[in-house]
Design a binder for this molecule. Structure first.
Ligand SMILES: Cc1cc2nc3c(=O)[nH]c(=O)nc-3n(C[C@H](O)[C@H](O)[C@H](O)COP(=O)(O)OP(=O)(O)OC[C@H]3O[C@@H](n4cnc5c(N)ncnc54)[C@H](O)[C@@H]3O)c2cc1C
Length: 292
């Protein structure tokens, strides 16, 4: 099918994009890579009256160092750019490790980091990884700008804290403390399919090699990325032994999530995957923390 008719704007600056957004509000949709929006328009599940295309807004394409040691990423940065970036490899190996799991190279060539986050698909990798990395998002409207933590941004299924007149413009990633390690694991039926379950883990060890901080985030098990709080509590202050990691994985699978069952996986199978993948991701993350 073809999309319903729409007006089209191709601004060349954020200011210009925001003036169109202010004029048309929730009648308008932002077009980033189009990899999620265009199929939904073709199926007429979305029928925006206006499309505001950000592909010529050059100021939104960047990955750069932050003075504090972290990274700043422009919302229109292509997923492929993130996958190949040396800065990402060096400063955020978790993102580097995750990128090849997102769809296929052709989709990553067009798909953007901002598009994936704003779309907020509960089976998407980047929302889970951004939550695990404690990212902060900069949102802009003609009224000004605000910063919002990843854990307040993802509200529900395909629903974020973005207001109709706001653009996601930038993602900030704090640097990780010394003796930190990360890992990402997922299971999909075929490589490139949306995952049945995925897990991002970020851990930090203290001087006694006990767990000082842990963030475990699961995807495809609820209405958005789920931070596993019980698993975190089970790990803090513990030596990362096989038993401690297994107990945390058990908490993640049994207490932290309430996964859906569908034609792709039953509830019991999703819990099983959550347990296995959490154990795997935590084991790898602690090994990396010990070596860092
Ligand atoms: C076959 C296929 C397989 C896929 N598999 C996966 C997968 O395994 N994992 C995965 O994570 N994704 C997958 N995707 C989705 C892909 O990663 C998309 O690129 C991504 O979800 C959306 O990014 P986009 O830049 O294409 O955004 P678009 O499709 O252009 O936009 C998506 C939504 O976000 C809004 N939006 C975009 N940018 C902004 C912004 N800066 N500010 C405010 N709102 C904005 C749009 O208005 C729209 O509502 C798949 C897609 C396809 C077609």
């Amino acid at each position: 099918m073809k999309p319903a008719p729409f007006k089209y704007f191709a601004p060349t600056s954020v200011e210009e994009a925001l003036s169109h957004l202010t004029e048309y509000g929730d009648e308008a949709k932002i077009l980033a890579g189009g990899q999620s929006l265009v199929p939904t328009m073709n199926f007429r599940l979305a029928q925006p009256a206006v499309l505001i295309d950000l592909n010529r807004v050059e100021e939104l394409f960047y990955i750069k160092n932050e003075n504090s040691g972290g990274l700043k990423i422009g919302a229109m940065t292509r997923q492929q750019e993130m996958e190949r970036s040396k800065l990402i490899l060096e400063k955020s190996p978790l993102i580097h490790e995750t990128m090849p799991h997102i769809a296929h190279p052709q989709i990553r060539n067009r798909g953007t980091v901002g598009g994936s986050l704003a779309h907020a698909d509960p089976a998407a990798e980047l929302p889970a990884v951004m939550l695990a990395l404690n990212a902060e998002f900069r949102l802009r409207s003609q009224q000004g700008e605000r910063k919002i933590a990843a854990n307040e941004f993802f509200i529900d299924l395909f629903f974020t804290a973005l207001e109709p007149e706001e653009l996601l413009v930038e993602i900030s990633l704090p640097s990780l403390p010394k003796r930190s390690g990360c890992a990402f694991c997922e299971i999909a039926r075929r490589h490139g399919d949306f995952a049945l379950v995925g897990v991002a883990a970020v851990v930090t060890l203290d001087q006694k090699s006990q767990c000082k901080q842990a963030r475990v985030v699961l995807m495809s098990v609820g209405n958005g990325p789920i931070a596993a709080e019980q698993a975190r509590q089970a790990l803090i202050g513990q030596k990362p032994t096989t038993e401690a990691i297994r107990a945390a994985a058990e908490s993640a699978a049994e207490k932290d999530i309430d996964p859906p069952g569908d034609m792709h996986a039953s509830v019991a199978y999703r819990r099983h995957l959550a347990r296995v993948l959490t154990e795997q991701a935590l084991t790898e993350a602690f090994e990396r923390a010990k070596k860092s």
